[in-house]
Design a protein around this ligand. Structure first.
Ligand code: NDP
Length: 402
Protein backbone atom coordinates (compact mmCIF):
# COMPACT_ATOMS: atom_id res chain seq x y z
CA UNK A 1 0.00 0.00 0.00
CA UNK A 2 1.17 3.50 -0.69
CA UNK A 3 -0.78 5.23 2.09
CA UNK A 4 0.67 5.53 5.59
CA UNK A 5 1.01 2.53 7.87
CA UNK A 6 -0.06 3.95 11.26
CA UNK A 7 -1.72 1.37 13.46
CA UNK A 8 -5.43 2.06 13.69
CA UNK A 9 -7.82 2.20 16.59
CA UNK A 10 -8.09 -1.12 18.34
CA UNK A 11 -4.37 -1.86 17.97
CA UNK A 12 -3.36 -3.45 21.22
CA UNK A 13 -6.90 -4.88 21.62
CA UNK A 14 -8.38 -4.19 25.06
CA UNK A 15 -11.17 -6.49 26.27
CA UNK A 16 -14.05 -4.04 25.75
CA UNK A 17 -12.78 -1.26 23.50
CA UNK A 18 -14.60 2.03 23.16
CA UNK A 19 -17.11 2.01 20.30
CA UNK A 20 -15.69 3.02 16.95
CA UNK A 21 -17.27 6.09 15.45
CA UNK A 22 -18.33 5.29 11.90
CA UNK A 23 -19.74 7.26 8.97
CA UNK A 24 -21.12 5.64 5.83
CA UNK A 25 -21.21 7.59 2.58
CA UNK A 26 -23.72 5.86 0.31
CA UNK A 27 -25.51 4.14 3.20
CA UNK A 28 -28.58 3.17 1.15
CA UNK A 29 -26.58 1.28 -1.49
CA UNK A 30 -25.38 -2.30 -1.69
CA UNK A 31 -22.07 -1.67 0.14
CA UNK A 32 -23.73 0.71 2.60
CA UNK A 33 -26.40 -1.81 3.58
CA UNK A 34 -23.85 -4.63 3.88
CA UNK A 35 -21.82 -2.40 6.19
CA UNK A 36 -24.88 -1.69 8.34
CA UNK A 37 -25.66 -5.40 8.44
CA UNK A 38 -22.22 -5.97 10.00
CA UNK A 39 -22.79 -3.06 12.39
CA UNK A 40 -26.05 -4.58 13.59
CA UNK A 41 -24.34 -7.93 14.18
CA UNK A 42 -22.03 -6.33 16.77
CA UNK A 43 -24.21 -4.21 19.06
CA UNK A 44 -22.26 -1.56 20.97
CA UNK A 45 -19.15 -1.81 18.79
CA UNK A 46 -19.94 1.13 16.54
CA UNK A 47 -21.51 4.56 16.95
CA UNK A 48 -22.88 5.99 13.74
CA UNK A 49 -21.87 9.57 13.08
CA UNK A 50 -23.16 10.28 9.57
CA UNK A 51 -25.21 8.39 6.99
CA UNK A 52 -25.57 9.80 3.48
CA UNK A 53 -27.54 8.91 0.35
CA UNK A 54 -28.14 10.31 -3.12
CA UNK A 55 -31.89 10.89 -3.08
CA UNK A 56 -33.53 7.98 -1.25
CA UNK A 57 -34.82 10.01 1.72
CA UNK A 58 -37.23 7.31 2.89
CA UNK A 59 -34.63 4.59 3.32
CA UNK A 60 -32.01 7.00 4.66
CA UNK A 61 -34.42 8.25 7.35
CA UNK A 62 -35.25 4.67 8.39
CA UNK A 63 -31.57 3.77 8.65
CA UNK A 64 -30.72 6.97 10.53
CA UNK A 65 -33.36 6.21 13.16
CA UNK A 66 -32.53 2.51 13.38
CA UNK A 67 -28.80 3.14 13.83
CA UNK A 68 -29.12 6.38 15.87
CA UNK A 69 -27.04 8.42 13.44
CA UNK A 70 -26.09 11.94 14.49
CA UNK A 71 -26.65 13.36 11.00
CA UNK A 72 -28.36 12.19 7.79
CA UNK A 73 -27.60 13.88 4.48
CA UNK A 74 -29.07 13.53 1.00
CA UNK A 75 -27.08 14.78 -1.98
CA UNK A 76 -30.16 15.78 -3.94
CA UNK A 77 -31.59 19.03 -2.50
CA UNK A 78 -35.03 18.03 -3.84
CA UNK A 79 -35.10 15.19 -1.30
CA UNK A 80 -34.40 17.50 1.66
CA UNK A 81 -38.00 18.24 2.67
CA UNK A 82 -38.92 14.57 2.79
CA UNK A 83 -35.83 13.71 4.87
CA UNK A 84 -36.48 16.62 7.25
CA UNK A 85 -40.14 15.64 7.72
CA UNK A 86 -39.36 11.98 8.26
CA UNK A 87 -36.71 12.79 10.88
CA UNK A 88 -38.66 15.59 12.63
CA UNK A 89 -38.55 15.18 16.41
CA UNK A 90 -35.78 12.53 16.37
CA UNK A 91 -32.92 14.91 17.22
CA UNK A 92 -31.03 13.69 14.14
CA UNK A 93 -29.45 16.54 12.17
CA UNK A 94 -30.55 16.78 8.54
CA UNK A 95 -28.84 18.38 5.56
CA UNK A 96 -28.86 18.23 1.75
CA UNK A 97 -26.63 18.99 -1.21
CA UNK A 98 -23.23 17.72 -2.34
CA UNK A 99 -21.40 20.16 -0.08
CA UNK A 100 -23.36 18.87 2.89
CA UNK A 101 -22.35 15.30 1.94
CA UNK A 102 -18.70 16.40 1.95
CA UNK A 103 -19.33 18.20 5.25
CA UNK A 104 -20.74 15.01 6.76
CA UNK A 105 -17.70 13.09 5.48
CA UNK A 106 -15.42 15.57 7.26
CA UNK A 107 -16.94 15.04 10.72
CA UNK A 108 -14.45 13.41 13.12
CA UNK A 109 -14.66 9.62 13.09
CA UNK A 110 -12.55 6.49 13.46
CA UNK A 111 -13.74 5.00 10.16
CA UNK A 112 -15.47 6.32 7.07
CA UNK A 113 -16.84 3.83 4.56
CA UNK A 114 -16.80 5.55 1.18
CA UNK A 115 -19.48 3.78 -0.84
CA UNK A 116 -21.04 6.41 -3.08
CA UNK A 117 -21.21 5.22 -6.67
CA UNK A 118 -19.26 7.06 -9.35
CA UNK A 119 -17.17 10.21 -9.59
CA UNK A 120 -19.60 11.81 -7.09
CA UNK A 121 -17.68 9.88 -4.42
CA UNK A 122 -14.40 11.71 -5.00
CA UNK A 123 -15.12 15.01 -3.22
CA UNK A 124 -16.57 13.38 -0.07
CA UNK A 125 -13.68 10.86 0.02
CA UNK A 126 -11.20 13.73 -0.14
CA UNK A 127 -13.18 15.66 2.48
CA UNK A 128 -12.95 12.74 4.91
CA UNK A 129 -9.14 12.68 4.87
CA UNK A 130 -7.63 14.05 8.05
CA UNK A 131 -10.90 13.79 9.99
CA UNK A 132 -10.91 10.00 10.09
CA UNK A 133 -8.18 7.56 10.96
CA UNK A 134 -9.34 4.93 8.45
CA UNK A 135 -11.05 5.40 5.13
CA UNK A 136 -12.49 2.12 3.86
CA UNK A 137 -12.71 2.83 0.16
CA UNK A 138 -15.30 1.04 -1.95
CA UNK A 139 -15.66 3.93 -4.39
CA UNK A 140 -13.10 2.76 -6.96
CA UNK A 141 -13.88 5.74 -9.19
CA UNK A 142 -11.97 7.93 -6.70
CA UNK A 143 -8.76 6.01 -7.35
CA UNK A 144 -9.36 5.71 -11.09
CA UNK A 145 -10.20 9.38 -11.67
CA UNK A 146 -7.76 11.00 -9.26
CA UNK A 147 -5.61 8.30 -7.66
CA UNK A 148 -2.32 10.20 -7.28
CA UNK A 149 -4.13 13.29 -5.97
CA UNK A 150 -6.21 11.27 -3.51
CA UNK A 151 -3.44 9.00 -2.20
CA UNK A 152 -1.05 11.93 -1.83
CA UNK A 153 -3.66 13.80 0.20
CA UNK A 154 -4.32 10.68 2.32
CA UNK A 155 -0.63 10.33 3.16
CA UNK A 156 -0.35 14.02 4.07
CA UNK A 157 -3.49 13.82 6.20
CA UNK A 158 -2.39 10.64 8.00
CA UNK A 159 -5.55 8.74 7.03
CA UNK A 160 -5.08 5.03 6.35
CA UNK A 161 -6.77 3.85 3.14
CA UNK A 162 -8.14 0.30 3.24
CA UNK A 163 -9.52 -1.21 0.04
CA UNK A 164 -13.06 -2.61 0.27
CA UNK A 165 -13.18 -3.92 -3.30
CA UNK A 166 -12.93 -7.70 -2.80
CA UNK A 167 -9.97 -8.20 -5.15
CA UNK A 168 -7.92 -5.35 -3.68
CA UNK A 169 -8.84 -6.34 -0.18
CA UNK A 170 -7.65 -9.86 -0.98
CA UNK A 171 -4.36 -8.52 -2.33
CA UNK A 172 -4.01 -6.27 0.72
CA UNK A 173 -4.16 -9.39 2.87
CA UNK A 174 -1.43 -11.28 0.99
CA UNK A 175 0.79 -8.41 -0.21
CA UNK A 176 3.92 -8.35 1.95
CA UNK A 177 4.85 -4.69 1.70
CA UNK A 178 8.21 -5.37 3.34
CA UNK A 179 8.99 -7.86 0.54
CA UNK A 180 7.57 -5.78 -2.30
CA UNK A 181 10.77 -6.15 -4.33
CA UNK A 182 10.32 -9.92 -4.40
CA UNK A 183 6.80 -9.70 -5.83
CA UNK A 184 6.62 -10.59 -9.50
CA UNK A 185 2.90 -10.44 -10.22
CA UNK A 186 -0.39 -9.22 -8.77
CA UNK A 187 -3.43 -11.05 -10.13
CA UNK A 188 -7.04 -9.98 -9.77
CA UNK A 189 -9.79 -12.41 -10.59
CA UNK A 190 -12.98 -11.78 -12.55
CA UNK A 191 -16.19 -13.81 -12.46
CA UNK A 192 -16.57 -13.09 -16.19
CA UNK A 193 -20.05 -11.65 -15.64
CA UNK A 194 -23.34 -12.81 -17.18
CA UNK A 195 -21.95 -12.94 -20.73
CA UNK A 196 -18.88 -15.08 -20.12
CA UNK A 197 -20.03 -17.66 -22.68
CA UNK A 198 -22.19 -15.41 -24.90
CA UNK A 199 -21.00 -15.42 -28.53
CA UNK A 200 -19.79 -12.08 -29.90
CA UNK A 201 -22.60 -12.05 -32.47
CA UNK A 202 -25.21 -12.04 -29.67
CA UNK A 203 -23.67 -9.32 -27.50
CA UNK A 204 -25.09 -6.49 -29.63
CA UNK A 205 -28.62 -7.48 -28.69
CA UNK A 206 -28.29 -8.20 -24.96
CA UNK A 207 -30.75 -6.26 -22.83
CA UNK A 208 -30.45 -4.28 -19.63
CA UNK A 209 -32.26 -7.05 -17.73
CA UNK A 210 -29.83 -9.67 -19.03
CA UNK A 211 -26.84 -7.49 -18.13
CA UNK A 212 -28.18 -6.85 -14.62
CA UNK A 213 -28.37 -10.59 -13.87
CA UNK A 214 -24.93 -11.13 -12.35
CA UNK A 215 -24.19 -14.82 -11.76
CA UNK A 216 -22.24 -14.43 -8.50
CA UNK A 217 -22.39 -10.99 -6.88
CA UNK A 218 -25.33 -8.89 -5.73
CA UNK A 219 -24.35 -5.25 -6.31
CA UNK A 220 -25.68 -1.85 -7.37
CA UNK A 221 -26.74 -1.39 -11.03
CA UNK A 222 -23.72 0.59 -12.24
CA UNK A 223 -21.05 -1.86 -11.08
CA UNK A 224 -23.23 -4.77 -12.28
CA UNK A 225 -23.21 -3.36 -15.83
CA UNK A 226 -19.47 -2.69 -15.49
CA UNK A 227 -19.07 -6.36 -14.59
CA UNK A 228 -20.99 -7.40 -17.69
CA UNK A 229 -18.77 -5.29 -20.00
CA UNK A 230 -15.60 -6.18 -18.01
CA UNK A 231 -15.03 -2.43 -17.58
CA UNK A 232 -15.18 -3.21 -13.88
CA UNK A 233 -12.07 -5.35 -14.24
CA UNK A 234 -10.37 -2.56 -16.18
CA UNK A 235 -11.23 -0.04 -13.46
CA UNK A 236 -9.92 -2.53 -10.90
CA UNK A 237 -6.62 -2.92 -12.75
CA UNK A 238 -6.17 0.85 -12.54
CA UNK A 239 -7.25 0.74 -8.89
CA UNK A 240 -4.60 -1.94 -8.16
CA UNK A 241 -1.98 0.04 -10.06
CA UNK A 242 -2.73 3.06 -7.84
CA UNK A 243 -2.75 1.09 -4.59
CA UNK A 244 0.24 -1.21 -4.91
CA UNK A 245 3.87 -0.50 -5.81
CA UNK A 246 3.89 -2.62 -8.99
CA UNK A 247 4.41 -1.85 -12.66
CA UNK A 248 1.67 -2.09 -15.28
CA UNK A 249 3.31 -5.26 -16.61
CA UNK A 250 3.13 -6.95 -13.21
CA UNK A 251 -0.67 -6.72 -13.13
CA UNK A 252 -2.90 -9.35 -14.64
CA UNK A 253 -6.44 -10.68 -14.73
CA UNK A 254 -7.70 -14.24 -14.51
CA UNK A 255 -11.31 -15.13 -15.22
CA UNK A 256 -12.47 -17.39 -12.40
CA UNK A 257 -16.20 -18.09 -12.71
CA UNK A 258 -16.60 -19.55 -9.20
CA UNK A 259 -15.54 -16.22 -7.59
CA UNK A 260 -13.88 -18.02 -4.70
CA UNK A 261 -10.30 -16.81 -5.17
CA UNK A 262 -10.40 -13.01 -5.14
CA UNK A 263 -6.80 -11.96 -5.59
CA UNK A 264 -3.31 -13.47 -5.75
CA UNK A 265 0.25 -12.25 -5.27
CA UNK A 266 3.13 -14.13 -6.86
CA UNK A 267 6.57 -14.00 -5.24
CA UNK A 268 9.87 -14.61 -6.97
CA UNK A 269 10.58 -17.54 -4.63
CA UNK A 270 7.82 -19.50 -6.37
CA UNK A 271 5.02 -18.90 -3.85
CA UNK A 272 1.61 -17.75 -5.05
CA UNK A 273 -0.47 -16.41 -2.15
CA UNK A 274 -4.23 -16.07 -2.50
CA UNK A 275 -7.23 -15.02 -0.44
CA UNK A 276 -10.33 -17.22 -0.78
CA UNK A 277 -13.88 -16.80 0.45
CA UNK A 278 -17.52 -16.99 -0.56
CA UNK A 279 -18.59 -14.12 -2.83
CA UNK A 280 -19.99 -11.90 -0.08
CA UNK A 281 -18.90 -8.28 0.32
CA UNK A 282 -19.37 -8.51 4.07
CA UNK A 283 -16.00 -10.32 4.25
CA UNK A 284 -13.87 -7.46 2.89
CA UNK A 285 -16.05 -4.82 4.57
CA UNK A 286 -15.80 -6.68 7.89
CA UNK A 287 -12.04 -6.91 7.44
CA UNK A 288 -11.85 -3.12 7.05
CA UNK A 289 -14.16 -2.46 10.01
CA UNK A 290 -12.05 -4.70 12.27
CA UNK A 291 -8.58 -3.79 10.98
CA UNK A 292 -5.94 -4.29 12.30
CA UNK A 293 -7.75 -7.04 14.19
CA UNK A 294 -9.79 -9.85 12.68
CA UNK A 295 -13.27 -10.31 14.09
CA UNK A 296 -15.97 -12.92 13.43
CA UNK A 297 -18.67 -12.06 10.89
CA UNK A 298 -21.94 -13.77 10.00
CA UNK A 299 -20.59 -14.65 6.54
CA UNK A 300 -21.06 -18.31 5.59
CA UNK A 301 -17.70 -20.13 5.74
CA UNK A 302 -16.30 -21.30 2.43
CA UNK A 303 -16.77 -25.05 1.94
CA UNK A 304 -14.14 -26.00 -0.62
CA UNK A 305 -15.34 -29.59 -0.91
CA UNK A 306 -18.81 -28.28 -1.88
CA UNK A 307 -17.25 -25.93 -4.45
CA UNK A 308 -15.26 -28.87 -5.82
CA UNK A 309 -13.59 -27.35 -8.85
CA UNK A 310 -11.87 -24.01 -9.25
CA UNK A 311 -11.19 -22.97 -12.84
CA UNK A 312 -9.17 -20.13 -14.33
CA UNK A 313 -8.94 -18.76 -17.86
CA UNK A 314 -7.68 -15.69 -19.70
CA UNK A 315 -10.14 -12.85 -20.34
CA UNK A 316 -11.46 -12.43 -23.89
CA UNK A 317 -10.44 -8.91 -24.90
CA UNK A 318 -12.04 -9.24 -28.31
CA UNK A 319 -15.57 -9.82 -27.01
CA UNK A 320 -15.13 -7.35 -24.15
CA UNK A 321 -13.44 -4.25 -25.64
CA UNK A 322 -13.91 -2.19 -22.46
CA UNK A 323 -11.09 -4.17 -20.87
CA UNK A 324 -8.39 -3.26 -23.44
CA UNK A 325 -9.67 0.33 -23.40
CA UNK A 326 -9.09 0.51 -19.66
CA UNK A 327 -5.69 -1.17 -20.00
CA UNK A 328 -4.70 1.38 -22.65
CA UNK A 329 -5.87 4.24 -20.40
CA UNK A 330 -3.79 2.82 -17.53
CA UNK A 331 -0.71 2.68 -19.76
CA UNK A 332 -1.45 6.14 -21.20
CA UNK A 333 -1.70 7.55 -17.66
CA UNK A 334 -2.24 11.24 -16.88
CA UNK A 335 -5.94 12.10 -17.24
CA UNK A 336 -6.84 9.09 -19.42
CA UNK A 337 -8.32 7.00 -16.56
CA UNK A 338 -10.42 9.99 -15.43
CA UNK A 339 -11.82 10.43 -18.95
CA UNK A 340 -12.36 6.68 -19.32
CA UNK A 341 -14.35 6.64 -16.09
CA UNK A 342 -16.47 9.68 -16.93
CA UNK A 343 -17.34 8.40 -20.41
CA UNK A 344 -18.17 5.00 -18.98
CA UNK A 345 -20.49 6.50 -16.35
CA UNK A 346 -22.37 8.41 -19.07
CA UNK A 347 -22.56 5.35 -21.32
CA UNK A 348 -23.70 2.99 -18.55
CA UNK A 349 -26.41 5.43 -17.51
CA UNK A 350 -27.57 5.63 -21.13
CA UNK A 351 -27.57 1.84 -21.42
CA UNK A 352 -29.59 1.52 -18.20
CA UNK A 353 -32.06 4.03 -19.66
CA UNK A 354 -32.33 1.94 -22.86
CA UNK A 355 -30.82 4.77 -24.91
CA UNK A 356 -27.86 2.83 -26.29
CA UNK A 357 -27.00 -0.81 -26.93
CA UNK A 358 -24.59 -2.90 -24.87
CA UNK A 359 -21.69 -2.68 -27.32
CA UNK A 360 -22.16 1.09 -27.64
CA UNK A 361 -20.74 1.49 -24.13
CA UNK A 362 -17.23 0.68 -25.38
CA UNK A 363 -17.75 2.81 -28.50
CA UNK A 364 -18.69 5.89 -26.44
CA UNK A 365 -15.68 5.42 -24.16
CA UNK A 366 -13.27 4.96 -27.07
CA UNK A 367 -14.62 7.97 -28.98
CA UNK A 368 -14.45 10.21 -25.91
CA UNK A 369 -10.88 9.20 -25.09
CA UNK A 370 -9.85 9.69 -28.73
CA UNK A 371 -11.38 13.17 -28.93
CA UNK A 372 -9.87 14.51 -25.69
CA UNK A 373 -6.46 12.96 -26.42
CA UNK A 374 -6.59 14.44 -29.95
CA UNK A 375 -7.10 17.87 -28.38
CA UNK A 376 -4.11 17.30 -26.08
CA UNK A 377 -6.39 17.43 -23.04
CA UNK A 378 -5.32 14.40 -21.03
CA UNK A 379 -3.42 16.15 -18.22
CA UNK A 380 -3.21 14.45 -14.81
CA UNK A 381 -5.59 16.32 -12.46
CA UNK A 382 -3.65 17.94 -9.60
CA UNK A 383 -6.65 19.19 -7.64
CA UNK A 384 -10.30 18.40 -7.10
CA UNK A 385 -11.17 21.37 -9.32
CA UNK A 386 -9.01 19.99 -12.17
CA UNK A 387 -10.45 16.50 -11.79
CA UNK A 388 -13.99 17.91 -11.79
CA UNK A 389 -13.24 19.99 -14.88
CA UNK A 390 -11.78 17.02 -16.78
CA UNK A 391 -14.61 14.73 -15.69
CA UNK A 392 -17.17 17.35 -16.79
CA UNK A 393 -15.48 17.85 -20.18
CA UNK A 394 -15.41 14.10 -20.80
CA UNK A 395 -19.08 13.80 -19.84
CA UNK A 396 -20.09 16.49 -22.35
CA UNK A 397 -18.19 14.73 -25.14
CA UNK A 398 -19.56 11.33 -24.15
CA UNK A 399 -23.11 12.73 -24.12
CA UNK A 400 -22.55 14.14 -27.60
CA UNK A 401 -21.31 10.69 -28.73
CA UNK A 402 -24.56 9.06 -27.62
P1 NDP B 1 -25.32 1.40 -5.19
O1 NDP B 1 -25.85 1.96 -6.45
O2 NDP B 1 -25.98 0.21 -4.62
O3 NDP B 1 -25.33 2.54 -4.05
C1 NDP B 1 -24.79 3.80 -4.30
C2 NDP B 1 -24.94 4.71 -3.10
O4 NDP B 1 -24.49 6.02 -3.48
C3 NDP B 1 -26.38 4.89 -2.64
O5 NDP B 1 -26.40 5.14 -1.26
C4 NDP B 1 -26.82 6.14 -3.41
O6 NDP B 1 -27.93 6.80 -2.82
C5 NDP B 1 -25.56 6.97 -3.31
N1 NDP B 1 -25.45 7.97 -4.35
C6 NDP B 1 -25.75 7.83 -5.67
N2 NDP B 1 -25.48 8.96 -6.35
C7 NDP B 1 -25.00 9.84 -5.44
C8 NDP B 1 -24.54 11.17 -5.51
N3 NDP B 1 -24.52 11.85 -6.67
N4 NDP B 1 -24.09 11.77 -4.39
C9 NDP B 1 -24.11 11.13 -3.20
N5 NDP B 1 -24.53 9.86 -3.07
C10 NDP B 1 -24.97 9.21 -4.17
O7 NDP B 1 -23.78 1.16 -5.43
P2 NDP B 1 -22.84 0.02 -4.80
O8 NDP B 1 -23.04 -0.04 -3.32
O9 NDP B 1 -22.97 -1.21 -5.59
O10 NDP B 1 -21.40 0.60 -5.12
C11 NDP B 1 -20.86 1.69 -4.40
C12 NDP B 1 -19.38 1.83 -4.76
O11 NDP B 1 -18.70 0.66 -4.29
C13 NDP B 1 -19.12 1.90 -6.27
O12 NDP B 1 -18.03 2.74 -6.49
C14 NDP B 1 -18.75 0.47 -6.64
O13 NDP B 1 -17.90 0.40 -7.76
C15 NDP B 1 -18.02 0.03 -5.37
N6 NDP B 1 -18.05 -1.41 -5.16
C16 NDP B 1 -19.24 -2.04 -4.98
C17 NDP B 1 -19.30 -3.41 -4.76
C18 NDP B 1 -20.60 -4.10 -4.49
O14 NDP B 1 -20.60 -5.29 -4.16
N7 NDP B 1 -21.73 -3.45 -4.60
C19 NDP B 1 -18.08 -4.22 -4.78
C20 NDP B 1 -16.87 -3.45 -4.94
C21 NDP B 1 -16.87 -2.09 -5.13
P3 NDP B 1 -29.46 6.49 -3.29
O15 NDP B 1 -29.80 5.16 -2.72
O16 NDP B 1 -30.22 7.59 -2.70
O17 NDP B 1 -29.43 6.49 -4.80
Amino acid sequence: MTANMDPGPGAGGSASPAPRRLSILGATGSIGLNTLDLVSSEPGRFEIEALTAGRNARELAELAVRFSARIAVVADPAAYAELRDRLAGTGIEVAAGSEAVAGAAARPTDIVVSAIVGFAGLAPSLAALGSTRILALANKETLVSAGPLFLGAATRAGTRILPVDSEHNAIFQVFEAENADTISEVIITASGGPFLRTPKSELAAVTREMALRHPKWSMGPKITIDSATLMNKGLELIEAYRLYPVSVDQLSILVHPQSVVHGLVRYKDGSLLAELGVPDMRTPIGYCLAWPERRPTTVKPLDLSAVGTLTFEAPDRDRFPCLPLAEAAMRRGDGAPCVLNAANEVAVEAFLADRIAFLDIARVVEATLGKIDGEGGLMEPDSLAEATELDGRARKIALACL
